[in-house]
Design a protein around this ligand. Structure first.
Ligand code: PLP
Length: 374
């Protein structure tokens, strides 16, 4: 049976070149980058080369890239330090953020006297920019935390526009860019953001490696304390093989971006057309203009079929997601879909299909055939 992986927003297959790079580092470069002897110095060179490479891909300065264990850690760090160390007294975010942001915000709200405002979401899943400006017009030291590409419905935030609004009102701007790093270009020299984050396993790198971009001189302080790694901003011996793998993965993502973006866009169009042909009542959750690798569809299936869809697909070796990865198997509706769908529509089955460069039209055909057989 051919297995079909259509869950690339949950995680991605590691590129073979990345595996090779990581094996080499694991086998040959096991020094601790903080050691001063030759083994340590070799590991340090790998670490700093990876930092420079990631910075170059995003047009940032190398010292603005701080390695973390994942995207969740980077999001938590920035949100917590903004409140604790930068004098932020109010956070503006949205109810359709990933839980790495939503729950981090809820935690600091409980621990510190910080106000939280939620910017309105339009029915197509985009934020209401006028509402954001209205909220920012209140004179409070603010961190705006809004995600770039929504992991469930693929809606895209205009980073440039949001950043300009934040600047106008003197607010810090953090964007959870976990779904877009490696999948679209960034010019951090000109983009008006203070903080973004990346996670290697979303761009065909290893799990357990991520980074934060912290713009120079923002005053962010560490989340935890120990050694002097990462200039004291993130204590703990760096996972050199993971970081080298992450840098390699990002390099390859950008080297192949144009061709892969085109291939995935074509597949997305093919998928939507095939679904609409098979099930003419199919709806798209969010915007048709969403990010090129994510489609969230509302299927016109009867109640009795709804519960069985994922199970049936899984039996046929087809992996898609209901809501976000962390929620598959849960009977709670997705918090993102709950914000944009009617009570009636939320009861119908919605599936997130997220594509990668390895997918083919045959994968889509197998998926649609399997749905028809449910
Ligand atoms: N933010 C978004 C938008 C995500 O999609 C994810 C992963 O699902 C995360 C944050 C968390 O990233 P990580 O798995 O690296 O902790």
């Amino acid at each position: 049976m051919k297995k079909v992986y259509l869950d690339n927003a949950a995680t991605t297959a590691v590129r073979p070149e990345v595996v090779q790079e990581m094996i080499k580092v694991l086998a040959e470069d096991y020094g601790n980058p903080s050691s001063t002897h030759s083994f340590g110095r070799s590991a340090k060179v790998l670490l700093e080369t990876a930092r420079k490479s990631i910075a170059k891909q995003l047009n940032a300065n190398a010292q603005e890239i701080i390695f973390t264990s994942c995207g969740t850690e980077a999001d938590n760090w920035i949100i917590r330090s903004a409140v604790r160390d930068l004098g932020v007294t109010r956070i503006i975010t949205s109810k359709i953020e990933h839980h790495a942001v939503l729950y981090a915000v809820a935690a600091v709200q409980k621990e510190y006297a910080v106000a939280v405002d939620y910017v309105s979401i339009l029915p197509n899943g985009e934020i209401d920019y006028t509402h954001l400006s209205d909220l920012l017009a209140q004179d409070k030291k603010t961190l705006v935390s809004l995600m770039h590409v929504n992991n469930e419905i693929g809606t895209v935030l205009d980073l440039e526009r949001t950043g300009r609004i934040c600047k106008q009102y003197g607010a810090y701007f953090h964007s959870d860019t976990v779904q877009s790093v490696g999948k679209t270009t960034f010019d951090l020299q000109t983009l008006p953001v203070d903080f973004i984050v990346g996670s290697a396993h979303k761009f065909h790198g290893p799990k357990g490696a991520g980074f934060a971009f912290i713009r120079k001189n923002t005053g962010i302080q560490p989340l935890f304390f120990g050694g002097e790694q990462e200039k004291g901003l993130r204590a703990g011996t760096e996972a050199v093989h993971q970081i080298a793998g992450m840098a390699k993965a990002l390099e390859l993502s950008y080297a192949n971006l144009e061709a892969e973006q085109q291939h995935i866009t074509d597949l997305k169009n093919y998928l939507i057309a095939a679904l609409k042909e098979a099930f003419p009542e199919t709806g798209i959750n969010g915007s048709e203009k969403g990010f090129y690798n994510i489609v969230n569809v509302l299927l016109p299936f009867s109640d009795d079929k709804t519960a069985m869809i994922l199970f049936n697909l899984d039996m046929k070796g087809i992996a898609v997601s209901r809501g976000s990865a962390c929620q598959s198997g849960s009977i709670k509706p997705s918090h993102v879909l709950a914000e944009i769908l009617s009570d009636e529509a939320i009861k119908k089955p919605s599936l997130r299909i997220s594509l990668g460069h390895d997918n083919t039209k045959e994968d889509i055909d197998l998926f649609v055939e399997a749905l028809k057989a449910v």
